[in-house]
Design a protein around this ligand. Sequence first.
Ligand code: SAH
Length: 419
Amino acid sequence: MDDFPTYPSGLRLAGRRVVVVGGGHVAQRRVPQLIAAGAQVHVVAPEATPAIEGLVGSGELTWHQRGFEDGDLDDTWYCIAATNLPTVNERISRAAEARRVFCVRADDATHATAWTPATGRHDGVTVAVLSNREPQRSASIRDAVVEQLREGVLSARRGRDRTPGVVLVGGGPGEPELITVAGRKALMDADVVVADRLAPRELLGDLPADVELVDVAKLPRGRSAQQEEINRVIVERALAGKRVVRFKGGDNFVFGRGYEEVLACREAGVPVTVIPGLTSPVSVPAVAGIPVTHRGVAHEFTVISGHLPPGHPESLTEWAAVAQLRGTLVLMMAVQNAPAIADALVAGGRDAGTPVGVVCDGTMPGERTVLSTLGTLAGDLAAERVKPPAIILVGDVVAVAHPERFGDRAAGSSGGDGA
Ligand code: SAH
């Protein structure tokens, strides 16, 4: 008929009418599984094997003791043509086709609309194997898989990397699909996952039940005490032979204290590897539709932590120099200090009309963007009740993305701030 592969599907037949035509050994083999699936099984056949008759006696199926009639397939979901007469099977097949009922044929698979896989079950998992009309092959593959499941040789967790050590995994900005393939695999291989507040939480729901989850958000407060405790936990678990994933939002080395953990591991002689993540200063604007660079508009983007206000004795940022930059500024952890930062930038020479885009809860269900300017930022943040986490973008790229608000400010491609 055609060479397309079959499309596998698990039919949910509970309470649904299924018709088996024929009462011989093929029917006898199929009927128990249909009953187990909760189907309303109707056998149509002038004669039936004693086993089928027994099921009639116990009320598990209905036997129509006669030949097949097309109307048997009315209101039917699924059908098995299992008589020993090809012409009858052909008639059943046609009646099924006319009613759009999928129909298995015992005698001629090439003309059937459905094939029965070789199936087996183990521990809540159904194994179903279909080959290209080689039932023996399907059955032996099924047997091999089920046997290995029983013996524990095969399991979803088998073949994983169990080398003791610590893996720093960046989870991306929040949306669970934005983790890397390597990061996801490392999570699935872990014995212990030490997760941050900003780490994509939904991914933790997929962890195998036997993984130990250490939630850093629940550790005692205080920044440095907390970090010491994290270092202690990851080192201790790794020394006990566990594979530990240190799971953070974004990338572990971007304001994530990741390298402190690398050093702690090295000091303790614990092997440590790094799987980078999509960092929020780049990925959050991207998903919100704001490019961090744009030809003719920004030839640089600068990522700065705003957790300390300008002029703070511990600040490592030269805000007066930053104010001289013409490209895009990406401010992180800066919601609280944004008014002071905006003031410092304007005082240092950046135009008060410079567009600002604040992306809150980027890539997450509550994502929103608040548009403002350097001169009006303090008032806008308060009025819009902006709370962390947020990425604050400063520069004409915001106008490129939002011409409806900023007009043709970026269209001149001067790259300057207008002043
Ligand atoms: N290691 C992380 C950053 C940690 S610092 C990374 O690489 O992305 C925490 C700051 O990141 C927040 O204060 C905020 O500025 C920013 N951030 C992280 N995820 C964010 C998100 N989904 N939306 C907006 N800002 C986010």
